[in-house]
Each structure stands twice: as structure tokens, then as C-alpha cells.
Write a protein that binds this ligand. Structure first.
Ligand SMILES: Cc1ncc(COP(=O)(O)O)c(C=O)c1O
Length: 410
């Protein structure tokens, strides 16, 4: 990393409180110790914010008072914008009446299940849980019960549980042997896996789209391949759900999965997830236990009802697509004009830019992202970005001018 990328004198103190908190965290906070920084340090100093003081709409303020236009959005959940007053009011109204009364239920649970059945294609039944990993793991359990098989063929990130975590550490060999990974764009690899182990496969779990755009034909072929060996198709809609369209990827591509899993944009950042699918597959739920004391929190359910209703009944998604299109097109133009070795990819609600493979790609990416963060825009170096309904043309223009300035310095 060149010296010019380090924090100059004007930058000293930019992350003063962040550095103080980090120093304390590195003694006691296991996650902080294990994860490291999102961007490499420059001249030994933090270059990406760590601790957030508050958030509103499309903006975040870190503990040092720096303001950012946020395109991380909590890894996607914050689809209406941070601290949306209507969603907060709906959730708070429930919280004031008590939050935890498992094994008893709130009327919100019935209302939300009905709303999901009305909104998500193929949803005859709904199972409500807390996290995305909860939902994908429940879907795998249901698929195993339904098919009487154990092997999972999966692609992309599906959560942190034993069957899906990419890293080998801590995962028993037996579990790993039951999980086979494939590249979702590579049908040949999928065909060869199914030719080899097809009769053991309970389900194929995949995000309908990852960083790049895909096609309905491709998804239909995956579905046909799954069914040709008697396996179920599970769409992991954690990112596409309520974002590509209010009915998710199944509605957007008009391709039906047997089960679909949702979380993230479902409740604008409140903690809730869902599995949806056919009644026949859900019949297996009675023979297992998928349960937590916290699966039935009415505050999160109220947030989900408010968020889904807004996405379905207003122009929020249209505006998200419009802002995302403006960002994608603008960035593509800048990259072309400046001759940057990068490509701009993805659907407008979740755009991304990646540097073309080369020896200097990692360095270019770190310098670009450090440049935009310094100028007040948060873009993740290794993960899709997200647009919310709170982003305005001014935010996108600000982001584009910051991207141009940072790219020009490369
Ligand atoms: C596609 C996908 N599946 C599953 C998950 C896991 O969700 P959670 O982090 O809520 O457990 C994520 C989270 O980033 C995700 O992006």
C-alpha cells in the first residue's frame, strides 16, 4: 500500500474514538478479535468505521462524528432506510405491550403468515423464525424429512451453520460429506454432481442471483435438474426477497421453488426470517422441532407487516430500482471514461463493482474503497452493495462524484 493512502495529518483523529473502542474490544470481544478490519490498515491506522453512533434514512454517523451515505444497509435488511419512523412506531407499539410470551402467540403471527401467503408465490404455508441461518437450516431439515435423503447441494452463502459454513474448522467430517458445493452459474458441474450422487440429494439450495444477473431459463433448468433426481429446489431469498420484487425472485423470474427462505429486507432490519412453500413439504414439520423462545416476538412481526405492506403497496421498490439504475449507469460511465480495469455488475437494487482479476486487483480495490470511505460513502469491498427507498438522487450523485474522485486517484 503506498504512503499516500495512509491517514495524513488532517486525518489524525478521524477515527480516534473508533481506535479507543477497538483497543478495548481487542481484549474482550471475540468477534472483533476474530474478524479484523473490513479494509486493511493504512500506515497502521483504521480506515473503515467500526462503531456506529446513529443512523437515519440513507445515512450513518460513526462514533467519531463522521457521516456516511450508507450502501451496506446492514448487509441488505434496511430497505426502507434506517430508523424508518413508521416501522419503528409499529414495532414499538408491540414492544410496549410485552415482547416475549412463548409458547403463546400474538395475533401478529397470523396476520404476517397470511400476508406472506398473499405476497410470495407458492407460499401455502409459512414458518417464522429469527435469522437467515435459522431459515435456511429449517428448509434443509424439511427437505430431508420430505425426501428421506440427507445430501445438500448448495451454492453461495447460506448462513453459518455446520451444513453451510464454507470454512472446515469445527465442522465434523460426516456433516461435510453430506454437503456438496457448486457454482450456481455452472450447470455442468451441477449435472455431474447429480449424476454421481443424485439419488442421495434432498435439496439444492441456492441464491437465485449472486453478484451477477441471471436468467429465468437458467433457474428453470436448475429446478428441472433438481426434480429429475427427486430433490427439492430451495431458493435462498435472503438478498433477493422483497428487493428484486415484493414477491422476491420467484415472482421476478416466474420460476417456482419448492421452498423459499427470507429475512433481511422483510422487516427493515428487525430480526425475523421465514420459510415459505408447499403444504405437502411443511407436513414434515410435525415430526421434528424447529423452535426458539424468540421465534414469536410480536415487535419484529409488526415491523415485517409494515415493511412488506409498504413494499407491496407503494412505489418504494420502483424508487429503489430507479436509484440503483442511476448508480449502476453512472458508475459504468465513470469506469469507462477513466479506463479502470473493473466491471459494474448486478441488478439495480444490489449493484456491485469488482476489479478485473490481476496481481494489483486487491490493492486497487483497497485503495478505491478507502478513498470512498474517506469521502463519506460506505461501499463494501467484498460484498454486494444495497440501495434503500431512502436514497435520493442527491445521495446517488454524491456517491458517484466520490467514486469518480477515488477512481481518478488510482
Ligand atoms: C444469501 C444469504 N443466505 C443466508 C444468510 C444468513 O442470514 P443471517 O446472517 O441472518 O443468519 C445471508 C446473510 O448474509 C445471506 O446473504
Amino acid at each position: 500500500m503506498s504512503d499516500q493512502d495512509g491517514a495524513g495529518p488532517a486525518e489524525r483523529g478521524r477515527f480516534q474514538r473508533t481506535d479507543e473502542l477497538t483497543e478495548r474490544a481487542l481484549v474482550v470481544d471475540a468477534r472483533a478479535i476474530a474478524r479484523g478490519d473490513i479494509l486493511p490498515l493504512a500506515a497502521g491506522r483504521t480506515t473503515f468505521p467500526r462503531y456506529i453512533d446513529r443512523a437515519a434514512g440513507a445515512h450513518l454517523w460513526d462514533v467519531d462524528g463522521n457521516r456516511y451515505v450508507d450502501f451496506l444497509l446492514g448487509y441488505g435488511p434496511v430497505i426502507l432506510g434506517h430508523a424508518d419512523p413508521g416501522i419503528a412506531a409499529a414495532a414499538n407499539a408491540e414492544l410496549e405491550r410485552g415482547v416475549c410470551f412463548a409458547p403463546l402467540w400474538s395475533p401478529r403471527q397470523v396476520e404476517l403468515a397470511e400476508l406472506l401467503v398473499d405476497t410470495i408465490p407458492g407460499a401455502e404455508r409459512v414458518l417464522l423464525l429469527k435469522t437467515g441461518s435459522d431459515a435456511t437450516t429449517a428448509a434443509v431439515r424439511l427437505a430431508r424429512i420430505h425426501t428421506g435423503r440427507s445430501v445438500v447441494v448448495r451454492s453461495g452463502y447460506n448462513g453459518w451453520h455446520d451444513w453451510s459454513v464454507e470454512q472446515r474448522a469445527g465442522v465434523p467430517d460426516g456433516v461435510r460429506r453430506e454437503t456438496i458445493e457448486f457454482e450456481s452459474s455452472d450447470l455442468e458441474s451441477l449435472r455431474s454432481i447429480l449424476a454421481d450422487r443424485g439419488s442421495e440429494v434432498a435439496c439444492i439450495v441456492m441464491m437465485p442471483c449472486e453478484d451477477d444477473v441471471t436468467s429465468a431459463e437458467h433457474l428453470q433448468l436448475v429446478r428441472d435438474l433438481a426434480h429429475s433426481v427427486g430433490a427439492l429446489l430451495v431458493f435462498d431469498e435472503m438478498r433477493s426477497g422483497f428487493r428484486l420484487s415484493s414477491g422476491g425472485a420467484q415472482q421476478f423470474f416466474a420460476v417456482r421453488a419448492d421452498l423459499a427462505t427470507f429475512s433481511k429486507a422483510m422487516a427493515n432490519g428487525y430480526t425475523i426470517s421465514a420459510v415459505t412453500g408447499s403444504a405437502e413439504v411443511f407436513d414434515g414439520l410435525g415430526s421434528t422441532k424447529v423452535s426458539s423462545s424468540f421465534h414469536v416476538n410480536p415487535g419484529d412481526m409488526a415491523a415485517a407487516i409494515g415493511t412488506i405492506t409498504r413494499l407491496r403497496d407503494t412505489d418504494a421498490l420502483e424508487r429503489i430500482w430507479g436509484m440503483g439504475r442511476m448508480f449502476l449507469d453512472g458508475l459504468e460511465q465513470i469506469v469507462g471514461e477513466l479506463g479502470i480495469p473493473a466491471e459494474v455488475v448486478g441488478y439495480p437494487p444490489m449493484p456491485f463493482m469488482r476489479f478485473l482479476p490481476s496481481d494489483s486487483a486487491a490493492d486497487l480495490s483497497a485503495r478505491f474503497h478507502r478513498g470512498v470511505v474517506e469521502r463519506g460513502v460506505l461501499l463494501h469491498p467484498d460484498h454486494q452493495w444495497f440501495i434503500s427507498a431512502a436514497h435520493t438522487p442527491f445521495d446517488i450523485e454524491e456517491a458517484l462524484s466520490v467514486c469518480r474522485a477515488s477512481l481518478a486517484r488510482l
